[in-house]
Write a protein that binds this ligand. Structure first.
Ligand code: HEM
Length: 148
């Protein structure tokens, strides 16, 4: 079961990355090019939102079964940078990223002006991407590679 959730969580990261990066590019092109928010923007924002939420659910399951998290108490984990990363930092940073994606999408939906709708997506999704990249680099694992 651990293997299944690990592979699923590790693999879905590529979908999150891909959707997020394309959504950001389209949002900036729309924002600065003053293009109306269209079906492609809506679809990509939705794919980004859904894949990120599924990633959080898979991560939450992993959190309770990964030996890296369950193998130590909170006190022990705090003294070891790798254990602390998986017990506290990964969870916290990724949840912040997921919340930013959710807020960006919600704010965009509330804006009626078709060109202004791009702005919250461009800003909030970019911040989320930055946090996700920093979090994965901080883990010591490869940004684009499955580790086991
Ligand atoms: C946008 C959200 C997230 C992304 C992009 C993400 C990405 C990743 C990546 C790339 C790995 C390493 C996979 C590998 O080495 O092949 C990983 C591992 C892990 N993630 Fe996440 N994650 C996210 C959210 C979460 C959340 C919210 C939690 C916990 C509640 C979580 C828990 C874990 C755990 C426990 C591992 C380590 C598994 C192990 O090596 O045993 N993740 N995650």
């Amino acid at each position: 079961m651990y293997d299944f959730f690990f592979q699923a969580h590790s693999g879905l990261r590529f979908v999150v990355f891909f959707a997020l990066i394309i959504a950001i590019i389209l949002a900036f092109v729309g924002w600065f090019g003053k293009k109306p928010f269209g079906k492609a923007n809506k679809t990509l924002n939705l794919v980004t939102l859904i894949s990120t939420h599924i990633q959080v659910v898979l991560g939450l399951v992993l959190y309770f079964i990964s030996p890296l998290v369950t193998g130590s108490t909170m006190g022990e984990a705090m003294k070891d940078s790798t254990l602390r990363y998986w017990k506290v930092e990964h969870l916290a940073m990724m949840l912040v990223a997921a919340v930013l994606i959710t807020i960006g999408n919600a704010k965009s939906k509330r804006i009626a002006d078709l060109t202004a709708k791009h702005r919250p997506v461009a800003i909030y999704f970019s911040l989320a991407l930055l946090i996700i990249v920093v979090a994965i680099l901080q883990s010591g694992r490869r940004l684009l590679g499955v580790s086991h």
